[in-house]
Design a binder for this molecule. Sequence first.
Ligand code: SAM
Length: 202
Amino acid sequence: MEYSKQGMKDSRQSMSQSKQFFLFAKNFLKHPKMLGSIIPSSPFLVRRMLSHVDWQNARVLVEYGPGVGTFTREILRQMHPEATLLVLETNEDFVEFLRQTCPDPRLEIIHESAENIEQVLAERGLGLADYIIAGIPLSTLPGPVKDSILSSTQQVIAPSGAFLLYQFSPSVLPHLNKTFPKVQRDFIPLNFLPAHFYRCSS
Ligand SMILES: C[S@@+](CC[C@H](N)C(=O)[O-])C[C@H]1O[C@@H](n2cnc3c(N)ncnc32)[C@H](O)[C@@H]1O
């Protein structure tokens, strides 16, 4: 009996994962430049990036471009019960999918571009963000959009917080150095595609 319950749980989980992969790949074919990858991030990349978060003290967390929720679910699992997570996603299919599959009172799913983060936080009276976690493909976005996202992000990061970003190309580095006082780098090979990681802070 126990065994068959576990079997059903496993098969539901793998069905939900195939659904996520299928939805992600379908949207990559429609909007390759907005997604930058054909599959979601690996658990290894998610763990490495999120190891930079101070979960005990973080109360306002933001994610840009959650896609099918690969980071979102892990953030929700680790974040403080009184913390808030805002996710900003431009793709309507992903917004709809997240609304159906990630019910959590601490999470708000917002159909907006990362460019509007200052307005999004101000409207909610949330002040500054402790962490902003992102994998949006900055190198393939139009220059003015990229600059606007980076400068708005720098404006809203708390002094003790950080902007945690992964990219498949290092071409964004000069822009990060221009915008943030401190930029630390790492390389995370265990992902498709291997990723450049940046921790940007003041
Ligand atoms: C490489 S996918 C990352 C998905 C997920 N975070 C992961 O790591 O598997 C990039 C995501 O950023 C979203 N995106 C692209 N431009 C955006 C923008 N300006 N604002 C918010 N989301 C954006 C895309 O729709 C897509 O979901």
